[in-house]
Design a protein around this ligand. Structure first.
Ligand code: DX5
Ligand code: ZN
Length: 216
């Protein structure tokens, strides 16, 4: 069954502990944490201290998505803060194999992220090293953007490739995921759906998570 990872980017940061407890009760499988540096993406969000606080506030695995220009420099700090999964963008990792190795040496799940316009061929040499591949459904930087339709086909093509290679790699989809496209993304082969607005923008987090997991 697909896993649901609420992204706290659309939560009320002044009440972050309550918001996290609410999605945990509502059935979240992972907590997606968007880290932005104002360089790789045109926005600034949160960093290491917030991950450390979240670690004390929840038992949910912390899925840290690094949207920063120099991700390698921050792996150790996020691992120390309590991240369980760390995902880095293929567009900025000069030594991707080495960065994934550092994440895995810490006992964490290592993921590779592709922007919507980054082709799957960038995974050619690295796919077996990744615990998960995160396909962006929007150009990263903000929650609340519309899903870029072509990414549905990209999910299906990646699914085929992973299955043909007999790999255990999970496919995560992030950005613009909502009740309307979740069914198609599940069918295309997504294992994890990330959603900020579709969950934190809803009145009933439980119903929102249920719809993403098993709706039409
Ligand atoms: C986008 C972030 C996403 C974002 C998703 O840069 O990586 O995780 O929070 O937000 P929604 O679900 O609202 O598109
Ligand atoms: Zn994200």
């Amino acid at each position: 069954m697909v896993q649901i990872a609420p992204s706290i980017l659309a939560s009320d940061f002044a009440r972050l502990g309550e918001e996290v407890a609410a999605v945990e009760v509502a059935g979240a499988d992972l907590l997606h944490v968007d880290v932005m540096d104002g360089h790789f993406v045109p926005n600034i969000s949160i960093g290491v201290p917030v991950v450390a606080s979240l670690r004390r506030a929840t038992d949910l695995p912390l899925d840290v998505h690094l949207m920063v220009s120099e991700p390698h420099d921050f792996i150790e700090a996020f691992a120390e803060a309590g991240a369980d999964w760390i995902s880095v963008h293929v567009e900025v990792c000069l030594h991707l194999e080495g960065t994934l190795a550092v994440i895995k040496q810490r006992g964490l799940k290592a993921g590779v992220v592709l922007n919507p316009s980054t082709p799957l061929t960038t995974l050619d040499e690295i796919l077996p090293e990744a615990d998960h591949v995160l396909l962006m459904g929007v150009n990263p930087g903000f929650s609340g953007q519309a899903f870029i339709k072509s990414v549905e086909g990209k999910v299906a093509r990646l699914r085929l490739r992973i299955d043909e290679a007999g790999l255990p790699t999970l496919i995560e989809v992030d950005g613009g995921v909502n009740q309307d496209n979740a069914g198609r993304l599940r069918k295309a082969g997504a294992d994890i759906l990330v959603a900020a607005t579709a969950i934190f923008g809803a009145d009933d987090y439980g119903a929102a998570i249920k719809a993403l997991r098993a709706g039409p």
